[in-house]
Write a protein that binds this ligand. Structure first.
Ligand SMILES: Nc1ncnc2c1ncn2[C@@H]1O[C@H](COP(=O)(O)OP(=O)(O)OP(=O)(O)O)[C@@H](O)[C@H]1O
Length: 274
């Protein structure tokens, strides 16, 4: 395993934010964490990028206990794109991306030619080349998000942690960012609220509810009508994508329409019958 959460528990003021979470993330795989608001997803991720110390449990990166690594070694191993990531200083896009190399550098040495190439390559892959000399504070939320992902990628981490990375992105950039992630060889743990994008992106998905892992498996195994009802509290139809065979969730906003109702009768019930 590249990453193993071994009975990870976070307790604050007597509240269990994460309880005995066990999760294996194989090398090169994309594992999603989904769950309702407040179910502990970000808290679990914060432990992996060491913004939070778990109350108990161990995080293994390869054969290393993460807690035993120096912060520098951790930063060489785990990169994160977080909800609170960002900067108040108006560095250029290139400068921000180049900061991703910091854990690998000694002192204030300038970037090597290979490192500069790496930065330019990451910017090109994320459609940022034309913004290289722009100040980060002048960018839109979506552009900024892509810059921060480029910074995380040039860190060349073994494990990449992403907490709702598609926030602020329009649909094209959501699809591009997630497609890009699938192509990288990096081991990824990602929190996504969009379950259809999670199904299309993740090799495996863990479902958190009130801090506990209540389901874990392939998207098809996990994203079921029962999960939607029991964990998220919504009625939904789960269908199979005609091209990729991924499960796709069709939400039902009108609880009074029986789930098995014929489309015409449903349209009639909604008053939209042609
Ligand atoms: N430092 C803290 N002290 C007390 N409670 C906290 C702290 N940090 C988080 N919590 C609580 O722990 C719970 C889990 O929070 P967390 O951010 O991990 O949830 P989440 O699943 O990522 O939610 P969301 O989908 O809304 O982002 C929430 O109820 C939150 O209010």
């Amino acid at each position: 395993m590249d990453l193993r959460l071994d009975h990870l528990t976070v307790t604050i003021d007597g509240h269990h934010l994460v309880r005995e979470l066990c999760l294996d993330v194989p090398p090169g795989s994309v594992v999603g964490l989904v769950g309702p608001n407040g179910s502990g997803k970000s808290t679990a991720l914060r432990c992996v990028y060491r913004a939070l110390k778990p109350t108990s449990g161990t995080i293994w990166v390869g054969d290393d206990d993460l807690a035993s690594l120096s912060l520098r070694r951790s930063a060489q191993t785990v990169a994160a794109l977080t909800q609170e990531g960002g900067t108040d200083f108006d560095f250029t896009v290139f400068e921000i991306v180049a900061l991703g190399r910091s854990p690998h550098q000694q002192g204030n040495q300038p970037l090597t030619a290979a490192e500069r190439d790496l930065c330019h390559e990451a910017m090109a892959q994320l459609g940022l080349t034309h913004l290289a000399e722009r100040g980060i504070l002048s960018l839109s939320g979506g552009e900024r998000q892509r810059v921060l992902l480029a910074r995380a990628l040039v860190q060349e981490p073994r494990v990449l942690i992403l907490d709702e990375p598609t926030n602020h992105l329009d649909v094209r950039h959501q699809v591009e960012l997630l497609s890009h992630l699938k192509r990288t060889k990096v081991t990824v743990v990602i929190v996504l609220h969009d379950l259809n994008l999670a199904a299309a992106t993740c090799d495996r998905i863990g479902v958190l509810s009130e801090g506990s892992l209540v389901a874990h498996g392939t998207p098809t195994e996990v994203l079921t009508t029962e999960t939607m009802r029991e964990v998220f509290g919504v009625e939904a139809h789960v269908v199979t994508h005609p091209l990729t065979a991924d499960p796709q969730i069709l939400y039902q906003l009108h609880a009074d329409i029986p789930t098995q109702q014929a489309p015409l009768a449903a349209a009639e019930a909604k008053g939209t019958r042609p």
